[in-house]
Design a protein around this ligand. Structure first.
Ligand code: BGC
Length: 497
């Protein structure tokens, strides 16, 4: 019982009340507005030069690549023009050494090599024809580059890297045009490919959801709750006050179609409230941040997204394991009673419990879902993934309580971001239904994630019961399709981009 009481005390540290949610939303809206007014703010609110969303009738074959976390994907997408599409893709993990390489060349050369391999396999004819010199530049593939890091975008296929996130760290790349870096390596390999559009995964998700979503309601937000978190949304162009200053700095009016009066904004909400005015802050959050590659940055993301939830949990479990009072401590049962077999809980010396980033977020999903007798599944997962043998049922209950608290807090914080955008754009007043496209391992696999978001929506002043008019739909792998759609827009534009 002593363990349970201590676990309850820790759970209370993760509580994020209705009052907190409302304070969070107010601050979120304030930071959104600040970001639209000037450069250099916490939430970057980056103009994307995408000024309309698709309606499902678009057609053509496009290439798309996606760099944004654990994997690099190359795909070719055929848009059929009737809200449907077909896709061929290849996926490789990004080697850890390249995430922290000395030069950007190492990483971008690797990416170009993957594009080359993909073309050889899936577009052999075009590839061979180009080798023989008979492909005109007009026949080059247009490629949408989904690059899911904060980029100061200055045109549809140009943008300077502001900072790395999600464990990437190649200092030399900061400030460089990432499309230029990729095009250079593509040209070195002599591939018939033109980098036509630069796309954040959230923008891709927004486009993909608009292309495929049923009904007449245009999608308002594309959001990722995966390794990292972020959202892009459709804003009224007149509210993007900093546009003029950006254009002046770039030496003149940027080329984009302003007739729609809209622009998609990449909020980069991962850096919401870096100053920690309203975000919750437990000792585990503090330690995680201090030992991360980017302390003080992406503070919202560090409480919400998949890359970090496992690490928050690990730190909480470790602190409970190392509790000075042995009678309270976790995984310290001298004789745990399980199925009439008495056994001693052991934690292997090389257990992932002792390693930074040792616990994957999928662990949280498994435990959250566990309804088995005596939490047998949790016990097995502790054994398999953390080398903790014979954990007692009481231990497992404590683990589950903490998992639940961390996951639920993440979902409620996600509601702050989504709710903030819904309220600031006034969409509940303007439309009968507000549509949100989401993607990422957390929304897809974490049990109850959407339900916790909805519960928090109902607590937000200005949403309440209207929560029913917010539709959330999975836009699976939207970043590939979305990148293709933006490459298409770029290609079809009369003006040079
Ligand atoms: C990046 C965003 C990205 C998000 C989701 C964040 O770390 O800053 O650009 O959209 O992760 O992948």
């Amino acid at each position: 019982m002593a363990l349970e009481a201590e676990a309850k005390r820790m759970v209370a540290e993760f509580e994020y009340t209705a009052e907190d949610v409302n304070k969070g939303v107010k601050e979120f809206i304030r930071e959104m507005e600040e970001g639209l007014e000037k450069q250099g703010t916490m939430m970057s609110q980056i103009p994307t030069y995408v000024t309309s969303v698709p309606n499902g009738t678009e057609k053509g074959v496009y290439l798309a690549v996606d760099l944004g976390g654990t994997n690099f994907r190359v795909c070719s997408i055929t848009l059929h023009g009737n809200q449907s599409f077909s896709l061929q893709q290849s996926k490789v993990p990004v080697p850890r050494t390249l995430m922290e390489a000395k030069t950007s060349h190492e990483l971008f050369h690797f990416l170009a090599k993957q594009i080359e391999a993909f073309l050889k396999t899936h577009h052999k004819d075009h590839f061979e024809k180009h080798r023989k010199g008979s492909v005109e530049e007009g026949e080059f593939f247009d490629l949408g580059f989904t690059f899911s890091f904060p980029v100061n975008q200055v045109g549809i296929n140009k943008g300077h890297l502001m900072r790395w996130t999600k464990g990437f760290d190649i200092q030399e790349a900061i400030g460089q045009d990432v499309c230029g870096l990729l095009q250079k390596e593509i040209d070195v390999l002599g591939l018939p490919v033109r980098v036509a559009a630069l796309v954040n995964d959230t923008v891709g998700t927004l486009m993909a959801r608009s292309y495929t979503s049923p009904g007449k309601h245009k999608t308002l937000i594309g959001a990722i709750f995966g390794t990292g978190t972020n959202g892009a949304y459709v804003e009224k162009l007149e509210k993007v006050k900093k546009m003029k200053a950006i254009e002046e700095a770039e030496g003149g009016k940027a080329n984009y179609d302003s007739s729609t009066g809209l622009m998609v904004i990449n909020s980069e909400w991962g850096s919401f409230d870096n100053a920690l005015k309203v975000l919750p802050n437990t000792p585990y959050d503090i330690d995680l941040d201090r030992e991360s590659v980017n302390p003080g940055i992406q503070m919202f993301e560090k409480r919400v997204s998949g890359m970090f939830l496992g690490e928050i949990l690990r730190r909480a479990l470790l602190s409970l394991h190392q509790h000075p009072d042995e009678g309270i401590a976790l995984f310290k049962d001298a004789s745990s009673h399980d199925n009439d077999i008495r056994s001693t809980t052991t934690v292997a010396e090389d257990s992932a419990l002792f390693k930074q980033w040792g616990i994957d977020t999928s662990f949280l999903s498994i435990v959250e879902e566990d309804q088995s007798d005596h939490l047998r599944i949790t016990k097995q997962t502790l054994e398999k993934e953390l080398k903790i043998e014979a954990a007692s049922t009481e231990d497992c209950v404590a683990v589950k309580m903490l998992v639940h608290a961390i996951g639920k807090r993440a979902a409620r914080l996600s509601a702050v971001a989504l709710g903030g955008v819904v309220l600031s754009t006034n969409k509940l007043q303007e439309e009968e239904m507000v549509d949100i496209g989401v993607d990422g391992s957390l929304v897809e696999y974490y049990p109850g994630f959407e339900e916790y978001i909805r519960e928090a929506f109902r607590e937000i002043e200005g949403i309440g019961e209207e929560e029913k008019r917010i539709r959330i739909g999975l836009a699976k792998d939207g970043s590939g399709l979305g990148a293709a759609l933006i490459a298409l827009v770029a290609h079809n534009s009369d003006q040079p981009l």
